[in-house]
Design a protein around this ligand. Structure first.
Ligand code: NAD
Ligand code: WQD
Length: 338
């Protein structure tokens, strides 16, 4: 398991995972088309880790480019982050999502099969649980997609289950992320959305730095303690370490297995706003508006299976999530575009 191909390694979660993989001694090849990231993130990854990685700017749908990578390097495993992730955009442009995410993964898996690389860790999402009937969410809960983005994750999961059944050499770990937030403690890498953020945490951070005026809180009348939505926010460094655990586990476990990567602890939007304002020592102006269509009131993981089987659990609490996000945002007010 020495050499790992990381797809989408220049992105938010990919860049943090590259740091942890390099620190652990893996050799890395990153493939990314930079459609939602900046190559500068990979320079910073190398700065933080004091190690180098090889970067190939290519699209995972480019079969020839992938063949070239698998021919040139002796890849042992793939950690597959590359994908589009904006829920609203996926509703407006479903074909873009099915092509990029599903077709992209099929082209990647074909290249892997051709070169006899059968180990993959896949970035799945808690979105595959749809609107869960009860909480906390366990891995054997029924799966349902509530938007095209979620459907791409579900289809890719099913492809990996089918592959595992077709050939016992395939070993896939599906990591179902809850709500990744935070940044590397160096402040050198973090989340840098291209447009106005869709997600809560980067939105709050951009309000605090003055790029956005005010947060709209989507709904104050949910059946939650303070009426605002509750989610399982997980520090991206904890999440990154979950991939190390998955890679060590993959060699021992044939077939396809899914794990929740979450903390098991839910926080409301108002709790997040308050905690961020305290860490940044800045007010975060907000107003409560109508609910966002498709949002569940609450969503949090049962992380017990990952603890039992992978020996992984999240360690960083809310305060660190906020401090690290603020360090990244205040040191890089415009993200990677300085
Ligand atoms: P991101 O957009 O920051 O990173 C994705 C990376 O993939 C980007 O660098 C992008 O340029 C690259 N990419 C996209 N399509 C590509 C293609 N066709 N070929 C090559 N590169 C391509 O997103 P992220 O937050 O780091 O998410 C990483 C993965 O985790 C995604 O698959 C996402 O769906 C999944 N995920 C994210 C979250 C979240 O809230 N951030 C939650 C659950 C799952
Ligand atoms: C969190 C909470 C909002 C923005 C999404 C995807 C999911 C996964 C993670 C990839 C909710 C509230 C948000 C804002 C707000 N991604 N909110 N004002 O919706 O839990 O999950 O990202 O797989 O698939 O659906 O995350 O950060 O958008 O929202 O009040 O401007 O913050 O209503 O309660 P979500 P989020």
């Amino acid at each position: 398991m020495k050499t790992v191909l990381v797809t989408g390694g220049a992105g938010f979660i990919g860049s943090h995972t590259c740091v942890e993989l390099l620190n652990e001694g893996y050799d890395l090849v990153v493939v990314d088309n930079l459609c939602n990231s900046d190559a500068c993130a990979l320079d910073r990854v190398q700065e933080i880790s004091g190690r180098t990685l090889d970067f190939v700017r290519a699209d995972i749908r480019d079969s020839a480019a992938l063949n070239d990578i698998f021919s040139r390097y002796s890849i042992n495993a793939v950690v597959h982050f590359a994908g589009l992730k904006a829920v609203g955009e996926s509703v407006a442009e479903p074909l873009k999502y099915f092509d990029n995410n599903v077709n992209g993964t099929v082209v990647l898996l074909q290249a892997m099969q051709r070169h006899e690389v059968f180990n993959i860790v896949f970035s799945s999402s808690a979105t595959v649980y749809g609107d869960p009937a009860s909480l906390p969410i366990k891995e054997d809960f029924p799966l349902a997609a509530v938007n095209p983005y979620g459907r791409t994750k579900l289809i890719i999961e099913q492809i990996l289950f089918d592959l595992g059944k077709s050939d016992s050499r395939w070993q896939s770990v599906l990591l179902r992320y809850f709500n990744p937030v935070g940044a590397h403690p160096s402040g050198l890498i973090g989340e840098d959305p291209n447009d106005i953020p869709n997600n809560l945490m980067p939105f709050i951070a951009q309000v605090a730095i003055g790029r956005l005026q005010e947060l709209s809180i989507y709904g104050g009348d949910y059946a939650t303690p303070d009426g605002t939505g509750v989610r399982d926010y997980i520090h991206v460094v904890d999440l990154a370490k979950g991939h190390l655990a998955a890679l060590s586990h993959i060699v021992q476990t044939p077939g396809t297995v899914a794990y929740n990567l979450g903390t098991g602890q839910g926080y409301s939007v108002l709790e997040m706003v308050k905690a961020f304002a305290a860490a940044a020592d800045k007010p975060v102006p907000y107003k409560i508006v109508a609910r966002r269509p498709g949002d569940a009131a609450q969503c949090y993981a049962d992380p017990a299976l990952a603890a039992e089987k992978l020996g992984w659990r999240a360690e960083l609490g809310l305060e660190r999530m906020m401090e690290d996000t603020w360090r990244w945002q205040s040191q890089n007010p415009q993200g990677y575009r300085q």
